[in-house]
Design a binder for this molecule. Sequence first.
Ligand SMILES: [Zn+2]
Length: 496
Amino acid sequence: MTDALPSSADLLILNASIIDGTGAPRFNGALAVTLDKISGVFDEKQPDFNLVVDQLSHYSKVVYDAQGQILSPGFIDAHTHDDRLLLSHPQMTPKVSQGVTTVVAGNCGISLAPMGKKLQESVTPPLNLLDESGEWFRFQNFASYVQALREHPPSINCALLLGHTTLRVAHVHDLSFPATPSEVSLMQERVVEALEAGAIGLSTGLFYEPAFGASSQEVIEVARPLAKYKGLYCTHMRDEGDGILEGLDESFLIAKEVNVPLIISHLKVVGMNNYGKSSTALSHIKARQKHQEICFDCYPYPASSTILSMDRAVTASRVIVTWSKTMPQMAGQDLSQIAAKLRLSIQETIDQLHPAGAIYFRMDEGDVQNILSHPDVMIGSDGLPHDEFPHPRLWGTFTKVLGHYSRDLGLFPLESAIRKMTSSTAKNFRLEGRGELRVGHFADLTLFDPVIVNAQSSYESPLVPSCGILAVWVNGVMVFEGGVATHKPAGRVLTH
Ligand SMILES: [Zn+2]
């Protein structure tokens, strides 16, 4: 635990119950930060603990009393759509208020950059989940987006994926078909540009209309440059319902052909007739893990959220509208109630509301718990920050795992919960120097009260911040304390 003693520190956190992120049991102790890195981790059981920490107290600029609360690595949100939020709301309140210090953006095939053509007129769904107006699709290349983030740093770190759907919308003439060879090579050039600019991988959303026409071979060719840059392949699979095993097989094939690690986004089994199939999906992954590197993330809710459409609505037991461009006053209401009010069929109601987003109850809670309990799972919110009435996962994912699933249901120990949101994620996404409390690592830290930590956001009131997160530091800078985001530009773009 103890390493060479620093003679002074910028920050010394005393009286902490330290959970280091590796899954190891907690211990009482202290942690020192010098500049942006952890310079000491001290266990009170060491014989020289009092002497060391007393001395250091005298030579530290800030001494912070943790009062026995849990100090852990800052949480890493494995799956976000925060591409625009990082610039439009740099204090990142929905994230820091849950203890998140790093987000992976650009998921599900949709990234803000590079667009390369104006989207002012109408934004192709699901790209409109990032910005319905089209104004934010202003980055002609990936490097200019990265540059904007470096010139106006948000409070937290980000790691960026390039979206295959973004590339298709920009370069493919007929989205219902696979790209032509010349379109593939244009997209491939964009992938190289993005990886050179700092993207950590490519994401796909083959489930969504603008990408559904892409063949596996198209994706393989577009993703081909990844291996050279140690990039990752992250996918919202073509099928998460009846054809989930085929969806998994296609994902395995693509990553294997390109020879890169595979990250399966928001692993779940959807559709009421597929309830209970999570074990089948997990064993299918496990069998394949002998042959290639595969990991997956999950959000802790039995409802999904994306754009509003009939084919999704028919597989759900309940649908809540999260935003509508034509009828914004309907956000937060059940689709069936809106249909009754308007005296229209469900299909006609959807047509009236379009473009719009929705929450779909179409997963089994038992499956959610089964996937969440898996030792290899990472936690990702999949929050949609620009929805009028968002899915509660945006504000509550991490605290719900800590409070509801770990403490209240006892699904797994707190040490395991934290591992799923720190060291596992850092390792799988190759985020070096993050995700563990150890000397030399960056000082991304979260302090929370394990007795009260929990999500407060709900389907009825989705914008309520979590409780129990006491303080958050990013690269040694405090970005959240006492329920308030400090709006310090402490975040960095993390590259490979
Ligand atoms: Zn997705």
